[in-house]
Design a protein around this ligand. Structure first.
Ligand code: HEM
Length: 490
């Protein structure tokens, strides 16, 4: 056995591959793929509505927008957590019960959210910006808004259970979260190249997302209080800060969890280990602070915000994505260069994920520049950049990992895969490009109906979105068909 094969061989303390663990993984894969596909259908419906191909009354459009936003963000969280669990359990002992509890509580949350939107007509968007939930203006009532908030709280509790289990497991194995993150090695300069990248990234995700979710829990409870005690006036600026702190951290961490698939899968194709070094550990340590402090770039147009906060939002945005993206993109290129790796579909997908993440961050950084934000704020430039790194970054990393897990014993590529892969990548770039170009031309985001000059953009987006949907349907179908044969072994 090669030194590399030995290094990725599960250590004796690895979580056992019981039928329950396999069931948990299969459940996450099945739920994740099904909900992603359903939410994509919702996305295409919105684009077709904006393109005047479908007549969707505005109140329904905003219900679909709320469903799509909350559904996609929640599923991205669960799918990212599944990637993290799949690989982290090779290094530390995780509980299947905690992992399943996150899914159980999330499903309770999903039912509540579906009831609030479907029956209650709640359409206050996934960002539930105060005081909007309490102002349904006849479209939804207090009960519907409260049900939505309680649904979010249930999902948040589920994630906290999972992260608590991961934190305990990392502490049991490495002594502390700081050691899991590799801070001791960073400070002493004695870096152990075999320290798993998956553990470093997971530790970052645990620290950052627990804080993000706690911020979310506070603002959700404040929203509930405001709904039932409207006499208690909340500070809208504080509420907005808490919401964007939570929202930014949560959606960002979905990528930081999914990228573990890149660190683990590329080496298995190239036969070269992903060695951590000081730059890698330093980047992941820095990103803990950067992801927590960057959210004011969502509030650049809030003139009540202190000037220093806006300046910090811009400066930290320039710094925040760069270190980890650089070490990941550079590390992936170096690992792949002249490795003779076989370009199976899982490898293609995770490499597409690195591209989508790295490229998508560029328009995000542009928009975080105060001068640019003055023009681009609330235009379609915003969905343009986040769809880029979610649809072409996070999602391919997740699909690549799931396909990898399901094809360990069997063919990783099917005859049509190449065509579907390129269809996904090209249509995905076009779909996001249409959003970005619409933003450049000043088309507002979150508009249910469009003026005549905007309609062509929406139609182009609807066509590209449909192609993406068909390609993901194909890849998702392949994963679901092979799910019974999924392997949890390294
Ligand atoms: C075929 C794929 C997809 C299509 C067609 C689609 C379509 C759309 C559309 C039309 C909007 C509203 C844009 C506007 O403001 O006018 C939107 C918003 C959004 N999408 Fe997607 N989307 C897709 C995939 C995704 C994915 C993969 C994610 C995340 C994992 C995602 C997350 C979101 C979020 C968070 C919003 C913002 C909702 C809001 O403004 O409240 N979408 N999408």
């Amino acid at each position: 056995m090669s030194a590399y094969a030995a290094s990725v061989k599960p250590a004796p303390f690895v979580t056992p591959d019981t039928p329950r663990a396999k069931f948990a993984f299969q459940l996450y894969a099945a739920v994740g793929i099904s909900v992603f596909l359903l939410m994509m259908v919702a996305g295409v419906i919105m684009r077709a509505g904006q393109g005047a191909w479908l007549g969707i009354p505005p109140n329904y459009f905003y219900e679909v927008l709320t469903l799509h936003g909350a559904g996609m963000v929640g599923t991205a969280g669960l799918a990212g957590a599944a990637v993290m669990w799949y690989f982290l359990r090779r290094y530390v002992e995780l509980s299947n019960g905690a992992f399943l509890a996150m899914m159980g509580l999330s499903l309770v949350g999903v039912v509540l959210i579906l009831l609030s939107i479907g029956l209650g007509g709640f359409a206050g968007a996934w960002t539930f910006l105060y005081p909007l939930p309490g102002h349904g203006m006849g479209l939804w009532g207090t009960g519907a808004a409260a049900t939505f908030m309680i649904g979010y709280l249930a999902i948040g509790v589920g994630f906290l259970v999972f992260y608590a289990d991961c934190a305990l497991a990392i502490i049991r194995r490495y002594g502390s979260l700081a050691r899991g993150l590799g801070l001791d090695q960073l400070i002493s300069g004695k870096v152990d190249p075999a320290h798993p990248a998956a553990v470093v990234a997971s530790t970052m995700a645990v620290i950052v997302n627990v804080l993000g979710i706690l911020g979310g829990a506070i603002v959700l409870v404040m929203t509930l209080v405001a709904l039932y005690e409207p006499g208690i006036a909340m500070d809208p600026l504080l509420m907005k800060n808490l919401i964007y702190f939570f929202g930014h951290v949560f959606i960002n961490v979905t990528i930081y969890m999914a990228v573990i698939g890149v660190y683990e899968i590329i080496p298995r194709y190239t036969g070269r280990p992903w060695k951590v070094n000081r730059a890698f550990l330093g980047s992941w340590a820095a990103v803990v602070l950067l992801v927590l402090s960057v959210y004011p770039h969502h509030l650049l147009m809030d003139y009540a915000m202190p000037r220093w906060a806006a300046a910090m939002g811009q400066i930290v945005s320039y710094l925040s994505g760069i270190p980890v993206i650089l070490v990941t993109a550079w590390g992936a290129l170096v690992n792949l260069h002249r490795s003779g790796a076989k370009w199976d579909t899982p490898l293609r997908l995770v490499v597409l994920g690195v591209f989508g993440w790295a490229a998508g961050v560029i328009p995000a950084i542009v928009d975080a520049t105060i001068r640019v934000n003055l023009v681009m704020h609330n235009t379609l430039w915003v969905p343009g950049h986040f769809h880029f790194y979610l649809l072409l970054g996070m999602l391919p990393m997740v699909l690549g990992t799931l396909l990898y897990a399901c094809t360990r014993e069997g063919r990783a590529s099917a005859p049509l895969d190449k065509l579907v892969f390129w269809g996904y990548a090209i249509a995905g770039v076009l779909f996001c490009g249409v959003f970005l170009d619409s933003g450049v031309h000043g088309i507002a985001r979150r508009f249910a109906t469009y003026d005549a000059p905007w309609i062509g953009y929406a139609q182009a987006g609807a066509v590209a979105g449909t192609v993406v949907l068909v390609c993901v349907l194909f890849l998702g179908g392949r994963i679901l068909a092979r799910l019974p044969r999924a392997s949890l072994a390294a």
